[in-house]
Design a protein. Structure first.
Length: 714
């Protein structure tokens, strides 16, 4: 209840519905999907759909920002993505082309506001649309994206959730005018009199009307068919090709057709005519040359329950698994694709560690319940343990069946059917997959075979992902060990360092930094970035840092430090290149001497508040030419000066000019001029991580020259 004198702002979803509806109207798009990107998350979620049912959009209900999907690219790169043909879709986004092998045009654009992206929109048109967006259509998209970005920004500022519920909201098309009763009766009589079969499907493929002729042609009563999908109600139509034609009609908004054999020998022709409210279907018997069968359409392989939708989900999951890296990526891909395709209410993936079950991911269960299962001994008599140790799948269509086989089985909520599937890779078990369903189900042979095959795909991906995670953990440990655990305390300097790996799914990098005491009045600072994201890059980073440190303590000039380190790397022939910046700080003379080997220049905040990126001769990357020569530039370094050494992750953002991004960081530095080095470092990191998605690591070294050599402020 609202307190007196308060007002309630509309929920962000209500406004987002209106924005999507306006964009769809303004562009004439057949299908529209609105995604939101909640704060601190890297997964886009569908919030609103228009022109399709959620079941068709389910493969893209959750999209990681790193996924090769148009809307992820649009959000990550903050630009419009336009696909003008099915061929272009297949070439640029093969996973999308596998699941939607139809003719359509697509646009994706980001919801942005004040430098931050809050989601995105996807629009589909039939192929009769011109090969590019018109100016009014582009303006409708841009205006809608601006409105959506502003309202989601405001909702986040108020603390309102940007995404609620498990299913997206569905925008219904405007209702048709109510017909005159006499006119409606005349239309019904007309449909019943014509000697042609006709029926109507809603957007979900369910029959809403069927005339007598059509019911006779398909061999079923009209009353039994109303509310059912034809390919589910009629056994002879249980073929993915028929559902596939319905999906094609919904997505492309173009007429489609197919032929079907009603046993034993009656061929029927189906013509589908779609619009934004549903599909009109014309059914006619086929007559041909005596003794010749009509040409049959190309058939998709049968997959049992789920039809074409399940088949495409399976193909989509297989494609998604090939792009996963770590275990968490595999778990997310499986949960995002398997749940909508096969309808389980809950999913859990487990592995075996030290003779105990370990849960590595789940969906549809509480954390408390999963914690109670995690760590169960492999000696326990449970179907999960049996699947993992025996390598044999088990299916239980009801809780009574499960309890009969395992009297001690624990029931979660009101789940009433389970599948326990072993995950076997190269002949050995690597884990188990547990699916639970709200209602009892028979698990026919075709579905069991499909789920078992699916488990094999998951097992291969999981085995590969565990090896990847192990390798990455080793690289991370190596990199952490090689970076300085603490920076030396230097009288007269206030120093802070930060290192942030890039976002989810990005491997460990080779960024490094160091602060080196040379003598009583001289200190050196260095920062660099080794090419690559693996153990070799981390190991080479340690060698470069050690070489620079050794030359620095000997008092070597900056240009010679880089030249000697370069010759060492060329002798080692690591096959990797390294950028490096070296600064020699003379605290007594108030000067800084700087040299760079292809590394971004340092940023300087002068005592008078001016900021700039120091202009340096670029220098060749280390490890390319043993005879490369490097130049030294000298700049003033009086008390009150702040020097920021950084890797390119601080300033490089996809879709943003590097000079503009650097200027924005300089402005941020100027606004925080009176803060300590620690506070400045935190401010710069927040700026870099808040404006857009990062694709690279950030290493940062902030050095403030304190007046009079006093101790750093804390």
């Amino acid at each position: 209840m609202r307190r007196p004198g308060t007002t309630t702002a509309p929920a962000p979803g209500e406004d987002l519905d209106a924005v999507l509806a306006e964009v769809v109207r303004g562009t004439g798009a057949a299908v529209g999907l609105a995604y939101v990107l909640p704060p601190a998350e890297r997964v886009l979620r569908i919030a609103v759909v228009s022109g399709v049912v959620p079941k068709i959009a389910a493969p893209w209900a959750r999209i990681a920002l790193d996924d090769p999907i148009p809307v992820a690219d649009a959000v990550r790169e903050r630009r419009l993505v336009w696909l003008a043909s099915q061929e272009e879709v297949a070439r640029r986004y093969p996973r999308l082309g596998i699941v939607l092998p139809y003719d359509f045009m697509l646009a994706a654009a980001p919801f942005a506001h004040e430098g931050r992206v809050w989601g995105g929109v996807v629009l589909l048109w039939p192929t009769w649309h011109p090969p590019s967006l018109s100016a009014p259509e582009r303006e409708a998209v841009d205006a809608g994206c601006r409105r959506a970005g502003a309202l989601l920004h405001e909702a986040a500022r108020r603390g309102a959730p940007l995404f609620t519920g498990d299913e997206p909201r569905v925008l219904m098309p405007p209702r048709s005018p109510e017909p005159d009763p006499e006119e409606a009766r005349a239309a019904l009589d007309f449909a019943q009199r014509i000697p042609v079969g006709c029926c109507a499907l809603d957007m979900d493929g369910r029959i809403t009307f069927i005339n007598t002729t059509a019911a006779e042609l398909v061999g079923a009563g009209g009353a039994s068919l109303r509310g059912a999908r034809p390919w589910e109600a009629l056994l002879w139509m249980n073929d993915p090709v028929f559902e596939d034609q319905y999906r094609a009609a919904v997505i492309t908004r173009q007429a489609t057709s197919f032929t079907a054999l009603r046993p034993p020998d009656r061929w029927l022709s189906f013509h589908l005519y779609p619009d934004d409210r549903g599909i009109s279907v014309q059914i006619t018997p086929l007559t041909g040359v005596p003794g010749e069968d009509p040409v049959q359409p190309e058939r998709l392989p049968s997959v049992g329950p789920g039809g074409a939708g399940a088949l495409y989900h399976l193909m989509h999951l297989a494609a998604a698994l090939t792009e996963t890296a770590g275990v968490s990526d595999v778990v997310e891909a499986v949960a995002d694709q398997l749940v909508p395709a096969f309808g389980p209410r809950g999913l859990a993936i487990m592995t075996m560690e030290e003779c105990r079950l370990r849960i590595i991911g789940y969906r549809g269960y509480s954390k408390e319940f999963m914690d109670s299962v995690d760590g169960s001994p492999l000696t326990a008599q449970t179907p999960t343990v049996h699947a993992l140790t025996a390598g044999v799948p088990s299916f239980f269509g009801s809780f009574d069946e499960l309890r009969s086989a395992y009297p001690g089985a624990v029931r979660y909520e009101q789940r009433d059917a389970w599948a326990f599937l072993p995950l076997i890779a190269s002949g050995r078990p690597v884990g188990s997959l547990v699916l639970s369903y709200d209602r009892s189900r028979p698990f026919p042979p075709a579905e069991r075979a499909t789920l078992t095959s699916l488990a094999g795909l998951i097992a291969q991906a999981l085995d590969r992902a565990r090896l990847y995670d192990t390798t990455q953990q080793l690289a991370h440990t190596l990199q952490t060990a090689l970076l300085p655990h603490s920076l030396p305390a230097v009288p007269g300097l206030d120093v802070a360092a930060r290192y942030l790996p890039a976002g989810q799914g990005v491997e460990i990098g080779g960024d490094f930094y160091d602060l080196i005491r040379c003598d009583a009045t001289t200190t050196a600072a260095t920062i660099g970035d080794v090419q690559g994201h693996n153990i070799q890059a981390a190991a080479l980073m340690g060698q470069v840092r050690t070489a620079v440190h050794a030359h620095a303590t000997a008092g070597t000039p900056p240009s010679d430090v880089l030249a000697r380190t370069n010759r060492l790397l060329c002798d080692l022939e690591p096959g990797l290149f390294t950028s490096c910046l070296y600064a020699q700080l003379d605290l007594a003379g108030h000067r800084a001497r700087i040299a760079t080997a292809g590394h971004p220049p340092p940023l300087v905040l002068h005592p008078d508040g001016r900021t700039e990126a120091v202009e340096l001769p670029p220098g060749l990357l280390l490890g390319i030419d043993p005879d490369a020569v490097y130049s030294t530039v000298e700049i003033p370094f009086p008390p009150g000066t702040v020097v920021v050494l950084h890797t390119d992750g601080l300033v490089e953002t996809a879709g943003t000019d590097i000079d503009e991004a650097t200027a924005a960081v300089c402005d941020c530095l100027a606004r925080a001029r009176d803060r300590t080095a620690d506070e400045l470092a935190d401010t710069l990191v927040r700026h870099a991580t808040g404006v857009a998605t990062r694709n690279d690591d950030i290493a940062l070294l902030v050095i403030r020259h304190e007046a009079g050599g006093r101790q750093p402020r804390r």
